[in-house]
Ligand binder design. Structure first.
Ligand code: B4P
Length: 190
């Protein structure tokens, strides 16, 4: 199973990714988590990524694409993967197409989580109190939302044209959202 999980910041991608990945027995590959791990370890990749993440900007495509390519080449991704937060730009879509074609497989589905604007902001501000993520301040949240609308939302149409999009209501309890995703994906052919 090769899946993409998309949605605006705060829609629940990271939250749902692990449940969905476990359900299908594939690794959850979160670009945000990989960047954050590199930031906390102080690697050259982390130093580079931090500049962009703290401002709510996207990390440059070349850097992100190289990182995902390396991760997908690892043996645990041979039988499939769930991508959380990638692709986010058209250049990343094209790169991912090449990566998947290279494996001889195809993309099975793109799950798009939707959520009310007020709820998105409330969730991220609530997380700011508990997790202390540098990019969960009001200004940076606003910039992340803007860049999502400019760069990432248009990708939904690209995947919709390919018949891959499953739009899922991301409002309500976490387990209800998980149930909706499973219902949508359990019926697709692999
Ligand atoms: P991400 O880590 O992907 O950040 P995000 O969009 O905020 O999603 P996240 O998964 O963390 O939050 P979620 O919606 O699950 O990216 C961070 C940064 O990394 C980007 O801004 C960018 O700089 C960089 N980056 C990452 N990928 C990139 C790429 N491909 N190209 C370039 N740059 C890239 O959850 C948010 C909160 O809501 C949580 O606190 C959660 O507990 C809560 N929540 C979730 N579901 C809920 C529910 N049903 N009810 C109540 N609360 C819920």
């Amino acid at each position: 199973m090769r899946l993409i999980l998309m949605g605006p910041p705060g829609a629940g991608k990271g939250t749902q990714a692990k449940f969905v990945a476990d359900h299908f027995g594939v690794p959850a590959i979160s670009t945000g988590d990989i960047f954050r791990a590199n930031v906390s370890q102080g690697t050259p990749l982390g130093v580079e990524a931090k500049k962009y993440m703290d401002a709510g900007e996207y990390v440059p495509d070349e850097v992100t694409n190289r990182m995902v390519r390396n991760r997908i080449d690892e043996p645990d991704a041979d039988t499939g993967f769930l991508l959380d937060g990638y692709p986010r730009t058209l250049a990343q879509v094209e790169e991912l197409d090449g990566m998947i074609a290279h494996t001889g497989h195809r993309l099975d589905a793109v799950v798009v989580l939707t959520c009310d604007q007020d709820e998105l902001v409330a969730r991220l501000l609530a997380r700011a109190k508990t997790d202390g993520r540098a990019d969960d301040t009001e200004d940076v949240i606003r910039r992340r939302q803007e860049i999502y609308l400019e760069e990432t939302e248009p990708l939904i149409a690209v995947y919709r044209d390919r018949g891959l999009v499953h739009e899922i209501d991301g409002m309500g309890a976490v387990e209800d959202v998980t149930k909706r995703i499973f219902e949508a994906l359990d019926n697709i052919e692999q």
